[in-house]
Design a protein around this ligand. Sequence first.
Ligand SMILES: [Zn+2]
Length: 682
Amino acid sequence: MKFPKHTLRLFVWLIAAGVSCSVLAEGRGLVDTTSSSFAQIRTVGLNEARWTQGFWADRFALCRTQMVPGMERLMEGTNYSQFLRNFEIVAKEAAGKSHGASFNDGDFYKFMEGASATLAATNDRALENRLDEIIAVIAKAQEKNGYVDTWVQLHQRSGETNIAPFQNPENFEMYNLGHLMTAACVHYRATGKTNFLAIARKAADFLCDTFRNPTPALANNLICPSHYMGIVELYRATGDPRYLELAKKFLAMRDLVKDGGDDNQDRIPFTQQEEAEGHAVRANYLYAGAADLFLETGDTNLWHPLTEIWTNVVAKKMYITGGCGALYDGASPDGAKDQKHITRVHQAYGRDFQLPNTTAYSETCANIGNVLWNWRMFLATGDARFVDVVELALYNSVLSGGALDGTNFFYTNPLRVTEPMPVELRWSRQRVPFVSSFCCPPNLVRTIAESADYAYGKSGDSIWVNLYGGSSLATKLADGNEIKLSQETDYPWNGRVRIKIQSCDKPAFALKLRIPGWAGSASVRINDSPADNSPKPESYFEIRRSWKAGDFVDLDLPMPVRLMEANPFVEEDARQAAVQRGPIVYCLESPDLPPGVKVSDVVIPSGLKLTMRYDRRLLDGVVVLEGKAMAQARTDWNGKLYREFQPAELKPFNVRLIPYSVWQNRGPSEMSVWLPRIDQTR
Ligand SMILES: [Zn+2]
């Protein structure tokens, strides 16, 4: 049991009464591992860590001033779709019919989660009031038994007698309700109000009843499983053990599915899985949810697949950008000897080492799922390699999902785009305000709104510094020691970070600084004196001492430009190089090319020398890398697939590379992360 009985009784009463109780929400994070028995790391509260200056403060400001208001306008109802309007119609506050996709409720809850998370830092009363109005509409739309899903409710209302709750997995009810629960927990922790949480509890109680005795037909309702994360978080927020039992039941229920396939990761039981297969968003959400369950139960049957699958992803299936999902469409397990188990997959992980660049799916949601999963793996272990993946995905394949204007979005995040493209693809090659599958944009909004919560963690008498960025932290350790510190840095543009102790109630505690895997020669100074030991990459460097206000630590993470190559099994990257500096993956984009040169003409020498330059005016301020590449003269292929080899003439030119995440902010363009390289002989 998580809480003393009397606390729990008071708590349940407060929630039942819909009473605002901010004291209970204090210091609770996005994922709250304060009482998780198998967490090595406790999360800090949503209102405890804040971006103050630099890269992430700028992104958070964009989120607050453009992304949240822009998405609110869009979601109030446009010709595209009518997210909020669907709730208003169910609540009988507006007339009309259901319009939009069956998963739009879930996407709307993601927006609410993002908007709520910004409240933790801004105390924006107008936004808080607007959310209260919306929550009142959702409460009215919720049925007495706790069920709420506007697509099903409105289609039932229009007389479609074959539609009922949990009859059709394609109605995405579990996805919708999972996001309802997560959003409600974040709203509760950010505001202290229980109005949204009460709706989530009622919905969860409905699920407890409906899934009391799961059948194979009911078990099919697991598509895009945000509900494992949602229900475990609701357990953490309320302490109600029924929700943890429900989460366990939901995961076990997967084994009831008849004729499952890899697209939904239910061809074989989860506990036997060792490779990432199928729809990459669904996969990563499942893995994140299973990791959540592990944090509460310590079930080693969950940990084994999680670590095996993780190794499979990181060693064989993840893009250099941290992106997941190689395929638009495919079959899995592709090439298996036993053909009767092969099923269609879409938006999916490919085979080992199958990482095409032009046709990469790398959906923004899958890449966010990679963050959610790795964050929970870190919370379970304190292992820096998981935060390396969190950071890699955030800076590259997550942020690439949104334009610098905050209102245009990618659905897929390819690593190469040429004009013309070799094949036609489903989704836009340019960021757009609306996609019929609107899962990614609000997912990006919530991720940026919540990004500060990933920056720090704590355990025993230690503060863990996970992400670098100008920020402040005010939190309490388990012994009540209140610590306030600040971080000043221009990271990720340079690797110098200063952490300053603002105040601490007790002097003895440890600071743990994450040393990224790429930081080969990091150094630490404490109050201007070198630390006793040298930091090791892919680990946390512990500084345990007696602290006082004004003490400061200088961490230096040298960021040389690194020319990267892929494992030779990745055919698409053979004899090519990518460029990385610190956590940032770079790309070549056509606006930076001389007239007449196309991306596909460019070749780089393996001894490519690039110099960095911060350009304040370019792309809202980025470090660009400049050097000499070569362009080969283009010839006409006349529609042929093969021809006799024609040696190309190479001409040097000045090349400029930009961070991958900000490509396609200067109009339609070509782009490539991987570039053919010419190896020089000695
Ligand atoms: Zn998506």
